[in-house]
Design a protein around this ligand. Sequence first.
Ligand code: UGA
Ligand code: MN
Length: 391
Amino acid sequence: MASGLRAVVGVGAVGGLLVVLLWSEQQASNRMPAQARGRGDTGEEDTGFRVVMERFEAPEINHNHSTNNNNNNNNNNKLHRRHGNAIVSPRSSAVHAAAPPPPPPPPPPQPSVLAAADADADAGHPESRKASQGPPRSSRTIIYVITPTYRRPEQVAELTRLSQTLMLVPDLHWLVVEDAVSPTRRVLSFLDSCSVPHTYLLGTASRRYKGANKPRGVSNRNAGLKWVKVHAKDGVIYFADDDNTYDYRIFDEIRMTRQVSMFPVGLVTRLGVSTPIVSSGKLVGFYDGWIAGRRFPVDMAGFAVNVQFYLKRNAPLMPYSVGFEEDGFLKALRIKPEEIEPLAENCTKILVWHTRTVKTQPAVKMPDTDKVTKTNLHHLKSQIVFPSGLS
Ligand code: UGA
Ligand code: MN
């Protein structure tokens, strides 16, 4: 994406501010297919979001680790049920009671207990918390981290790394949104033992987008945004791709967002960083390897939005417009560049990186012999991604 960079420094005025822009035409052609150029629409109508599984409290950590896999799985399931999580069938939207009425839940491990408010999904569910219980309650601002993800060999590894950063952050609710027709089994079982409070949603992309023409992660982020609109009254929204690298301290920064905040993202284009340019505490421009006429030439990981502000702006969705997702979304929020809040010590610190993981081929088939079915290989088989059709 960053090869053959041709950078030109430009100076212009936006909203009365001097704006210094770094520009690269090469980047533009790499990142944006011709048919996507200039499309600023909010994309196709999404049908909404489907809650598949959620946990509003961290599970108790079982310190008596058993060496028996089956026992561990059972423990996880029990924990899951005891905490009253609704499991919604992704196909029928029917709600299945996971267990008989549970005993009162134990005190939460941190003051970040979130209450489900999805009246549709939880209606009539014996274990569901009622919508009247309201949005997540905490003395601190909740951060809604929206993570798009999709099935591939490295998916669970990416989610594991990200989750173990998020475990360091209190008062956070993780929206794991999968671009898939039906949930990937390995993701659900990963989440079953994930201690970060989370909700799993499906955010299936339309089949009409393929290859370089596909705006990656947009259907997922929009499903997450719709969930936030239904469930949250305040808090902060952050889009965290599953393959990036996050210093846990970025979340302390993000929590301060009153309208829209921005901060540097490392490893974006040949410039090595994408960041607002800040002078005397004010945003005066953007430093980014691909400007392409964007008013907000920033990376997806480089901004956060306050929920109250988002709702006041009528909760816009992200456009299906390759390369212009961030800009289209930020423009729809009707924020002026001079109103942007620079974080990370006036954008002097890089606390998030746009890392990329080398693609791994799906694994070759495991034979159905006794060496597999009667040994540990049988257990590992269910954790490996094979080409579709094989399991
Ligand atoms: C970045 C931005 O995050 C995207 O919003 C933007 O569309 C993209 O650049 C671009 O310029 O084309 P990038 O690192 O290049 O993303 O792409 P990926 O990491 O492959 O995908 C971004 C996110 O979408 C990831 O969280 C990934 O898991 C998810 N994704 C990707 C899907 O949900 N479905 C897909 O088919 C591909
Ligand atoms: Mn990425």
